[in-house]
Write a protein that binds this ligand. Sequence first.
Ligand code: NDP
Length: 333
Amino acid sequence: MLLWGVIGAGTIGREWMVPAINAQPDSMVAAVASSNLERGRLYAKELGIPRAHSSVADLLADPTINAVYISTTNEWHEPQALAAIAAGKHVLCEKPLALSLDSARTMVAAAAAAGVVLGTNHHLRNAATHRKMRELIQSGATGRPLAARVFHAVYLPSHLQGWRIDRPDAGGGVTLDITVHDADTLRFVLDDEITEVTAMTASQGMGRAGLEDAVMGVMRFGSGTIAQFHDAFTSPHAYTGFEVHGTDGSLYGRDVMTQRPVGTVTIRHGDTEEEVSVGHENLYERSVRCFNAAIRGEGDPAASGADGVRSLAVALAVRESAQTGRTVPVAGD
Ligand code: NDP
């Protein structure tokens, strides 16, 4: 049995990740560390976690813990991941991996040097819809991808309207929150690298302290494909979607930029449309299943640390483009 420690008693762990770890036949959450012991204890009780610690060091000192899941706000990811790696734990870290590329690269290098697995919790590449679109493109069903469009404008629910909208120091803002997911999903589905971006951001009433709550832009890929994206915290009525338009066919993913195992994929050739069969499964359970296998030396995490570096590089380039009004090249590994 792989024993996991959860760092940070937050929403994503409660809603998705603790249940996903406990849903595996070969893993369970054995401990949580929270900056607030009382809150950590309540969290542990609610989710059936045996132990609560008031410090990350105490959790990491437990030799029975094999892996940690880091779900704190973004400024903590780097120091907590480096401490966990130094303690010999495998690390599945929430996105964005860090606030700077140097930090993210340091995390990847530290994990490699220590021989532990580092993954980034980009859930969307675990979605059956996105996996199906990648498979269709690779099988030649669309021909050469010319363009993609990502519709990821949502309304941030009131219980999440905290650090994301008013704490730049915690990595708030829609770009680090949502655009990183677009970048990772586009890289995964198109199997291509983003080389440059151009973008504009807006503050439409939710973002404070100078934080953007909406962003639109264009990404260019190594192969020449171009992709449009729209991310927002401020759109209560919009569908999400992901489209790929190729030389021989178009793919329409509807309701697919979401945490839930839902959505449809339609393929269109000329005027003929066909809904493609998709076998939905819980995205976070698949993420943990792949990570547990990677710990055992069987394959890689669904999204690696290097994937987290790449998606962060795109998000930082999007921000820079919005600030400077220029097209910005995307840094590599
Ligand atoms: P939350 O605001 O719910 O929690 C973040 C951290 O804040 C917690 O880990 C906790 O740390 C602390 N905290 C929790 N409740 C309180 C409170 N009442 N008062 C003060 N501090 C509190 O954020 P999320 O869980 O939504 O996001 C955490 C991370 O996960 C982020 O990096 C985010 O980007 C990522 N995320 C990823 C998603 C995905 O699908 N991959 C989806 C959603 C988020 P502590 O217990 O140590 O104080």
